[in-house]
Write a protein that binds this ligand. Structure first.
Ligand SMILES: [Zn+2]
Length: 309
């Protein structure tokens, strides 16, 4: 028999949110069995608790946002991915603002802190939800197909397809959550340079700093543009350079880091089912909207099964 887990000691990670730029503190605390993952806004009186479940997803533009009673928390996906990736079933996350800190754009700092805190076993059995027959979510126009098939364990195979020589078609696989820490957790988010300009024009990515995303340079980068990016991101113009198509002071960890990051995001989004899953996922062009739609379908199955019992 497997037992549920939580973390041992509380810890705090702080920093700006990617989109709002708001500096927040996110504190993870131990939680009792069967409480799941709950995110609490502590800057609001009385505090508002939002269960990290698919039915509370309110927005999936540039990240996954959950909300309750008109109060929201954005960009929860890397935090959620770290919890599922580390098999932490129960935790309370207190945050004093509307967005989880982006940190380095991956789940690395979360898993490092969870490992340092320690994971403790509770005395309540861990229950899995097993997919009974294939579940498919498809958007043919956008070339998206997410499939969940019955299996004895949790695994993901994820392919991304971009009309760009810089990324092109990439596949990432996870055969077991045992590989999460070494192969997935530190893979950072990515963006194309032309998208950076659109996001900036919409007053988003205020917390972006060229260290928390791989920026793929898909258009000529002139001196004037370099100067503009340097001033937006508080950099020296001469520190902005392009290496192997990536604009940054950072180097990719893996050739297929974008595909691995999409897999990281998926693990976070699908964890909104609220239970660990036994399923084999095959993903083509996953994204937050599609991921959370699939999570909602499976979440409905879980809820209906619970009602029948
Ligand atoms: Zn992400």
């Amino acid at each position: 028999m497997e037992y549920q887990t939580t973390i041992d000691k509380p810890f705090t990670l702080s920093g700006p949110g990617l989109h709002t730029g708001k500096f927040t503190h996110a504190t993870m605390l131990p939680a009792p069995a069967d409480s799941g993952i709950v995110i609490r806004r502590t800057d609001i009186t009385p505090n508002i608790d939002i269960a990290a479940l698919a039915e509370y997803v309110v927005d999936t533009n540039h990240g996954t946002t959950i909300g309750h009673d008109g109060v929201t928390v954005s960009t929860i996906e890397h935090l959620m991915s770290s919890l599922r990736g580390m098999s932490v079933d129960n935790a309370l996350i207190e945050v004093d603002g509307p967005e989880i800190p982006i940190l380095d754009g991956s789940a690395r700092m979360w898993i490092d802190q969870i490992a340092a805190s320690g994971i403790v076993t509770l005395d309540t059995e861990r229950r899995y939800y097993s997919i009974q027959s294939p579940v498919v979510w498809r958007d043919a126009e956008r070339n998206i197909e997410l499939v969940a098939e019955p299996a004895d364990t949790f695994s993901v195979e994820s392919t991304i397809e971009f009309q760009s020589d810089l990324i092109g078609n990439q596949t990432a696989t996870l055969d077991s959550l045992d590989q999460y820490q070494s192969d997935i957790a530190r893979c950072r988010t990515f963006v194309f340079l032309h998208e950076v300009e659109i996001l900036l024009a919409h007053n988003l990515i205020k917390g972006g700093d060229l260290e928390n995303a791989l920026v793929f340079v898909d258009k000529p980068l002139g001196d004037e543009e370099k100067q503009r990016l340097a001033s937006v991101f508080n950099k020296d113009k001469d520190s902005i350079h392009v290496h192997n198509g990536v604009l940054n002071t950072i180097e990719p960890y893996f050739a297929n880091e974008p595909a691995r990051h999409k897999l990281l995001d998926f693990i976070g989004d699908i964890s909104l089912v609220g239970m660990p899953l036994k399923a084999r996922f095959k993903l083509r062009c996953p994204g937050h909207y599609a991921n959370t739609q699939l999570a909602k379908i499976i979440r409905n199955q879980v809820v209906n099964q619970a009602i029948k019992q």
